[in-house]
Design a protein. Sequence first.
Length: 180
Amino acid sequence: MKIDREKSVLLVIDMQPRFLGLVADHEQILANCSWLKGLANDLDVPVLFSAHYPTGMGPVSEVLIQDVAPERCINKTFFSCVEDGCLNGLPEAGKDQWILCGIETHACVMQTALDLVDTGKQVFLVVDAVASRSSIDKEIALQRMAAAGITLVTREMVFFELLRKAGTPEFKACSKKYLR
């Protein structure tokens, strides 16, 4: 199955500075999530952000949400966005395809992905836009998610599947902006 922009939503999970500083390559992960957010915005794919226990862990990174309406940021205390119920009632809840990125791969990202699959959603996990404090935790989480039917993709796979066709003005504009 391919990603279809009409059916998709991007969910950026728990990109909070207090967590970010603990994960390997956090600057690259933040840049990759920002890249995905920009691409989604340019292609009119809805974008949601989650913040895990923001009272104690703070808000989502300003780099990501500086121009985002507050209702696009959902707060949670469960590790899974689905189990917490924070996606219920959102217009995007009916979307069939969920593109996930964020931290930590083996905790909030994996639990959200597994729960989305359990509700019948198609889940695409952007492997170059997720991280954990430990590489073994990320590695095993990726294996577990793949075994559960979650599709592992890269940012560029998302790019090409959302755009579908070269030679259009949209492709030319996006390729200049995102393919460097």
